[in-house]
Design a protein around this ligand. Structure first.
Ligand code: LLP
Length: 431
């Protein structure tokens, strides 16, 4: 079910917002609010859109989409993408655990991240993963040691910082500019690659880059690839014949407000052109593109209030449930589930005791009142995964919709869960 829907996602049926075939009004009644709701059909459609564009642009270049688990690590979402044929990009032992639970095999996994521990590297080699994206000389040497102790040879791709300028909506989500903490500085990359080639317990199998997130244009990719390709070629000329992979990060943009969605055909054609004749296999690590627009955060209006000439809409979802507006000043479209008459301009805020607790500021929106339901759009990526228990608020329920069915994918946390790992009565030990 859901697979045949032409334009899957969120639309109105008889005035009520639906996730595919499921009324969000009914759903809120069944599971309560706040609630994250995901359309599986929309995720599948996004996957197919990107995969088809890549397959058409470069039919003879082996490639695979490795979903970036950090964007949405719910097991049901991972499982859906696994069934689509995706691999995963992970950045922690926790994400590795989730990926295995969702059914991904070792070679479906690439392990990225700027600060992996020895234990995480060991787990990566036990899997064993397809390759580890190494971000520093120190990590490379540690991985070599860990692999030696295990009698293994670790497959490694070096994450190189291409040091390009990227336009993205917030500086926190740029990752490939000179001086960033990510990757190996471009000028050091050749020397570290040669070291990787020499170390006995690592095999240099690829190069990796990631330049940022929510990137609207092709140009930064072009500039980055124009720096990575010659490096790849010169390493091969230097005799590193094990080099097979190019891992091309995430970064494809989606629509939050009125942004044009990523031009995946342009992207695919550009990559095809950039790797032509290189004889390489490609990994892509999309996160946001696959899941962002497939999710909403459902919230209920608790109160209306006027203060200092300003209108407030106070909802039962706050910055602990969706931190993007507060943390990145990110815009998320907010729509009432049923359509009240009239418009207003209001700050949409949560119950958390911080003035920075808002979902929208100065927003022109429907004139909603207590009891009305709101859908906060484009919340499928970096939504629930960034939620916290701040103010001792249980994290929301996560629900997946498939056609006209729904299922609870993560139960709402209970109050007992909040203190499950804590002790009021301490067991002291002498040090
Ligand atoms: N691969 C690596 C190594 C990454 O660091 C990231 C995202 C991705 C892939 C996926 O990128 P995407 O396709 O989602 O753009 N929390 C921020 C986004 C941080 C992204 C960090 N890295 C937000 O809410 O906008």
């Amino acid at each position: 079910m859901g697979q045949g829907v032409l334009s899957p996602g969120f639309s109105r049926v008889d005035g009520v917002l639906h996730a595919d075939g499921v009324s969000l009004e009914r759903l809120a009644h069944e599971v309560g609010t706040p609630a994250y709701v995901y359309s599986l059909a929309r995720i599948r459609a996004q996957y197919r859109r990107l995969e088809t564009a890549l397959a058409q642009a470069m039919p003879d270049v082996p490639h695979r989409l490795h979903f970036s688990v950090k964007a949405n690590s719910n097991l049901a979402i991972l499982r859906t993408l696994q069934e689509c044929g995706a691999g995963v990009d992970i950045v922690s032992a926790g994400e590795l655990y989730r990926a295995r639970e969702a059914g991904f095999g070792g070679t479906d996994i690439v392990f990225s991240g700027v600060g992996k521990t020895a234990d995480e590297l060991r787990l990566a080699l036990e899997a064993p993963v397809l390759f580890v994206n190494v971000e520093s000389e120190g990590e490379l040497r540690l991985l070599d040691e860990v692999a030696r102790a295990m009698g293994a040879v670790a497959p490694v791709a070096l994450r190189v910082n291409p040091e390009v300028t990227v336009e993205s909506p917030h500086e926190y989500i740029r990752t490939g500019e000179k001086g960033h903490k990510f990757g190996i500085p471009y000028d050091d990359a050749e020397a570290v690659a040669r070291l990787a080639h020499e170390l006995p317990n690592v095999a240099l199998v690829g190069l990796d880059m990631h330049i940022g997130s929510q990137i609207a244009t092709w140009e930064p990719y072009a500039s980055a690839l124009a720096r990575i390709r010659p490096l790849f070629e010169s390493l091969r000329v230097a005799g590193i014949q094990t080099l097979q992979w190019l891992d091309l990060g995430g970064g494809l943009g989606v629509t939050y407000e009125a942004e044009a969605p990523a031009d995946v055909d342009r992207f695919a054609a550009g990559v095809a052109e950039a790797v032509r004749g290189l004889g390489v296999s490609l990994v892509f690590e999309p996160g946001r593109f696959l899941v962002a627009e497939a999710g909403v955060l459902l919230a209920r209006v608790l109160y209306r209030k006027r203060s200092g000439g300003k209108e407030y809409v106070i909802t039962d979802a706050g910055m602990n449930d969706l931190v993007r507006p507060s943390h990145y000043q990110a815009y998320h479209r907010i729509e009432p589930v049923t359509t009240p008459a009239g418009q207003l301009v209001a700050d949409v805020v949560g119950p958390v005791c911080e003035s920075g607790d808002f979902l929208a500021l100065g927003r022109e929106m429907a004139d909603v009142g207590p009891g009305d339901l709101l859908a906060v759009h484009t919340a499928g990526a970096y939504g629930f995964v960034m939620a916290s228990n701040y103010n001792s608020r249980p994290r929301p329920v996560e629900v997946v919709v498939d056609g006209d069915r729904y299922a609870v994918a993560t139960e709402r946390e209970r109050l007992e869960d909040l203190v499950r790992l804590e002790r009021a009565h301490l067991q002291w030990r002498s040090a």
